[in-house]
Design a protein. Structure first.
Length: 133
């Protein structure tokens, strides 16, 4: 399964989600050695075609993430969001707060805090997600 983010700045947004999820860059498909080489195989890009970035879970468990630059801006609340889980072992609330702070430092924004339960945040382009146990 892949999840795709339409976005304005693919590399920047992918960098944020690397921090959030511990993901790494997805290598280009074989036989290509770089993403630029792979993209060039499709021919000249359309004038309004943006760049992209691709990530995967290094453990092979989570879905691949694609970030595709689109010309139109985000105009409303997203209908799907991700939950960044810190685990339920021990007392999770301090880990939830620490992860929320790490993501704020990486460019995220805290939208609401539900003491003892979860923190609702937005990534650098305004996509909402939760940090929870």
């Amino acid at each position: 399964m892949d999840l795709t983010f339409d976005c304005a700045r693919a590399e920047e947004l992918a960098g944020f989600w690397k921090v959030a999820l511990g993901y790494v860059d997805e290598p280009p498909p074989a036989p290509f050695t770089t993403r630029a080489e792979w993209a060039a195989s499709f021919g000249e890009p359309a004038e309004d075609e943006g760049g992209g970035a691709w990530l995967h879970d290094p453990d092979g468990v989570g879905p691949r993430l694609s970030f595709l630059e689109v010309p139109e801006p985000k105009v409303t609340k997203n209908r799907l969001h991700l939950d960044v889980r810190v685990g339920k072992h021990g007392e999770p609330w301090p880990r939830i707060l620490a992860k929320a702070e790490e993501l704020r430092a990486a460019g995220g924004r805290v939208l609401a805090t539900y003491d003892g339960h979860h923190v609702t945040m937005a990534d650098p382009e305004g996509n909402e997600f939760c940090v929870a146990a």
